[in-house]
Design a protein around this ligand. Structure first.
Ligand code: HEM
Length: 184
């Protein structure tokens, strides 16, 4: 997982619960308190999973609740950090169509080819008449983060669209299949 995500998770925990709780999360996840996550470096997915599990435990929330709250934080930060991605897309559909490319852009900056491919492989976008179908495959099982961010993007542009997940890694399916359907 690209370090941006861990860095923002730490900012999120600190803002929501304070520095002591952040230290507790790191301790529980077995991550050294002083370890710095660089925004442009790739770190083990398993380490991220330990951090995210520890976050849920320390904050006393479910994975879905943590994904929702983190998505909100990520979205607000993203609007300030990458205004270009928002101004480039004129609609939510355009933004969500561009999302895998945004992610692949991070993969391009990654020197290790296997790690770069792993980022590319997570999102497979299908464009259909009514909207988009996202095929998401990742050991991190963050489909809740995907749907929460998609909902925020839809609201950001004032669109009307429904989101439905018809397959889920967490239910034993081989991928999460997320349908986003725009009102005609
Ligand atoms: C400016 C906009 C965005 C930026 C810069 C961005 C950047 C990133 C980066 C760098 C990662 C880590 C990738 C990895 O290491 O595998 C990530 C993960 C993720 N992003 Fe985004 N993202 C953006 C918008 C979105 C949107 C709109 C969605 C959903 C609709 C989304 C869904 C996700 C999900 C689900 C993950 C977790 C992937 C996994 O590890 O399984 N992102 N994002």
């Amino acid at each position: 997982m690209v370090g941006l995500i861990q860095k923002l998770l730490f900012d999120f925990i600190e803002e929501a619960a304070g520095p002591e709780k952040l230290l507790e999360v790191k301790r529980l996840a077995g991550v050294p308190a002083e370890k710095v996550f660089r925004m442009d470096e790739v770190y083990e997915d398993e380490e991220w999973q330990r951090l995210f599990r520890a976050t849920c435990e320390v904050l006393g929330v479910t994975q879905e609740q943590a994904e929702e709250a983190y998505a909100e934080f990520f979205y607000k930060d993203g609007m300030k950090r990458w205004p270009m991605w928002f101004s480039m897309s004129k609609t939510a559909r355009e933004f969500l169509q561009r999302q895998p490319k945004i992610h692949n852009g991070f993969a391009t900056g990654v020197r290790d080819q296997k790690a770069s491919q792993a980022i590319n492989d997570k999102f497979d976008l299908e464009e259909v008449e009514h909207g988009i179908v996202m095929h998401y495959r990742s050991p991190n099982q963050l489909c809740g983060l995907y749907t929460a961010l998609a909902r925020l993007i839809i609201n950001h542009y004032g669109d009307e669209a429904s989101i439905e997940e018809t397959k889920c890694l967490k239910q034993g399916d081989s991928e999460c299949e997320i349908h986003i359907r725009w009102a005609a």
